[in-house]
Write a protein that binds this ligand. Structure first.
Ligand SMILES: N[C@@H](CCC(=O)N[C@@H](CS)C(=O)NCC(=O)O)C(=O)O
Length: 253
């Protein structure tokens, strides 16, 4: 089975965390192939016809896009379910997923990336972790020269985009805090793809312990201070609680 399902991924990426979480939640043994942001483009394009990760391969079938991947995995392995059985709740969960994938997650990423870009050495160590010495050193050397491309690719056009990213962090934390008040979950009274999506997108803001998205240590003081500031928001408790209760260990071979 582990040869049968392969996830092509960036380890530090919220959209990729969605796909990893869905695979692990459903207990699907799989292989993960980590690609290096930047040099990934040619390989991923050849594989899937576009450059963004995650890309999942099940047998001969190639699926790009985290929402598509969750959908295909739900059909492939229906239990445990990520979609609420009630149609109204299911539509609601899909709407939360769209809100995070298309708006809150993308804007929040600008706040996180722009702060990381202030310390390219740390950023390079995150993105090239697990690589051999030569790759880590080369990546560390090249990354500062391509930060403009990273900014452009992520819509970080200037201070307004960064400020908007910080506003999005607050909007997202407000949203999860308010919506989880009644039951502890975003849609209905059980864990669903809405919780998975919101928490994966908020992982870089909350830094849940012992998961693929945990920031490597030592973390520069500036990032730690930023996380401390965000941690004062009560919405972070919801994210930590969902990670603790519903984010299983990796099923990757
Ligand atoms: N809509 C896509 C967005 C995926 C996405 O933005 N992936 C980023 C990493 S977080 C990426 O691979 N960027 C590099 C590229 O697009 O070439 C999804 O839901 O999977």
């Amino acid at each position: 089975m582990s040869d049968h399902i392969t996830l092509y991924q960036f380890p530090y990426s919220t959209f990729n965390e969605k796909a990893r979480w869905a695979l692990d939640y459903k207990g699907l043994a799989h292989k993960r192939v980590s690609v290096l942001p930047g040099p990934h483009a040619g390989f991923i394009k050849k594989l899937s016809g576009q450059t963004a990760t995650p890309v999942l391969k099940i047998g001969d079938r190639v699926i790009a896009g985290s929402a598509n991947i969750l959908d295909v995995l739900e059909q492939f392995q229906p239990f445990p379910a990520l979609s609420p059985t009630d149609n109204g709740l299911c539509q609601n969960a899909l709407a939360v997923q769209r809100q995070f994938d298309e708006d809150l997650g993308v804007r929040t990423r600008r706040a996180v990336l722009s702060s990381l870009m202030e310390d390219p050495a740390y950023m390079a160590s995150m993105f090239a972790s697990g690589r051999n010495w030569f790759t880590r050193v080369s990546y560390r050397y090249v990354l500062p020269m391509v930060l403009g491309v990273v900014r452009k690719g992520n819509g970080i056009k200037g201070p307004d985009a960064i400020e908007d990213g910080h506003a999005a962090v607050m909007e997202a934390l407000d949203l999860v805090h308010e919506r989880s008040q009644a039951t502890g979950y975003l849609c209905g009274d059980a864990f669903s793809l809405a919780d998975l999506t919101a928490c994966a997108h908020l992982a870089p803001v909350v830094n849940p312990p012992d998961c693929d998205m945990t920031r490597p240590e030592p973390m520069p003081k500036k990032f730690r201070d930023q996380l401390t500031e965000w941690s004062a928001h009560p919405g972070t408790n919801y994210v930590l609680s969902i990670y603790r209760q519903h984010r299983p260990a990796s099923c990757a071979a």
